[in-house]
Design a protein around this ligand. Structure first.
Ligand code: NAP
Length: 296
């Protein structure tokens, strides 16, 4: 039986399973914060740099789990987590398992149900950082699931960066994580397409970069909160930029891509969306209305 409440958080032993780029960063941050850290990785050589910093390598996942009341797992997919942990329910029982492997809300819920069945305190995590940010104020991790286990170990988890509790539904951290990544992919792919267009004329991407950066910062600073307000209140009528005017102007972008020899497939679906919105009677509404139209 692991008595977590009595642990001094500054000395809580922690186990990290999975020492890829992210797992190594997590273990390094825990070591720096003074936690006795046990590490295990399928490819054993990856434990060596951490051992040199004071980590204890474990021969097997079972021994690694048995070493700490708090176990972090960070491998590639949920299938990998399942394959790794299913044989070790006996060792995991009574401990807190924090799974920061990227996955879907449904995968997190299924995994949480499995953990509960076996007496494992389960917290799902979504890391909003790259490894180099871990342990700095720029990083934060989203958490959901067993609130008590999270609160017990929050002082330890703070070694990784900021903590954001999203709720007791174990799928919520993954949902927030994927929503944030959706915004990121949309922006990144816009940047990529924008550079493809400017380069088609022989203009260097770095010529456009400062303009693009200022433009995106200014747009998102107002668009993100205003769109949220319109979505939540259902008040979509706009005095900024109507769907009708965007429907009229957007084909110019697609034509310019084609004229300049740039592929259009990333942006083609948007034309259909504007057409559908205007045909559906939403000509005077703003972008927020499209949120409704994206429902299956
Ligand atoms: P990575 O460098 O490719 O490392 C993958 C890790 O998973 C390695 O330790 C690998 O072990 C282990 N692994 C894979 N399949 C396994 C299995 N079946 N059994 C046991 N171990 C297995 O990836 P990463 O960047 O650390 O990412 C790990 C997780 O963090 C992913 O879910 C990723 O989406 C998430 N994440 C990453 C970042 C990032 O910027 N890197 C940011 C946020 C979230 P071996 O060494 O033996 O191959």
């Amino acid at each position: 039986m692991v008595v977590m409440a009595s642990l001094n958080s500054s000395h809580t032993p922690v186990t990290v399973l999975g020492l890829g780029l992210m797992g190594t960063a997590l273990a390094t941050a825990l070591l720096r914060a003074g936690h006795p850290t046990t590490v295990w990785n399928r490819t054993r050589s990856r434990t060596e740099p951490l051992t040199a910093q004071g980590a204890t390598p474990a021969d097997t996942p079972a021994r690694a789990v048995a070493a700490s009341p708090l176990v972090l797992v960070c491998v590639t997919t949920y299938d990998d987590v399942t394959a790794l942990l299913r044989p070790h329910t006996a060792e995991l029982a009574g401990r807190t398992l924090v799974n920061v492997t990227n996955g879907t809300p449904e995968q997190a819920r299924k995994f949480a149900a499995w953990a509960e069945e076996h007496g494992i305190r389960y917290v799902d995590g979504g890391i909003m950082a790259v490894p180099q940010m871990i342990g700095t104020p720029a990083a934060y991790v989203l958490y959901s699931g067993d609130r008590q286990a999270y609160e017990t170990h929050r002082p330890v988890l703070e070694a990784l960066g900021g903590t954001r509790w999203t709720g007791e539904d174990p799928g919520l951290a993954a949902l927030y994580d994927l929503a944030l990544l959706t915004g990121m992919y949309g922006t990144v792919m816009g940047v990529v397409q924008s550079y493809a267009l400017i380069r088609s004329q022989g203009v260097e991407a770095r010529e456009l970069a400062p303009l693009l950066s200022d433009w995106l910062n200014a747009m998102t600073a107002s668009l993100v909160p205003h769109t949220a307000e319109a979505v939540d209140t259902g008040r979509h009528l706009t005095d900024v930029s109507s769907l009708a005017v965007n429907q009229a102007a957007f084909p110019n972008i697609l034509t310019a891509f084609a004229d300049q020899g740039v592929r259009t497939e990333l942006f083609d679906p948007l034309r259909e969306l504007f057409d559908r919105a205007v045909a559906g009677g939403h000509a005077d509404d703003g972008f927020s209305r499209l949120v409704d139209l994206l429902k299956v």
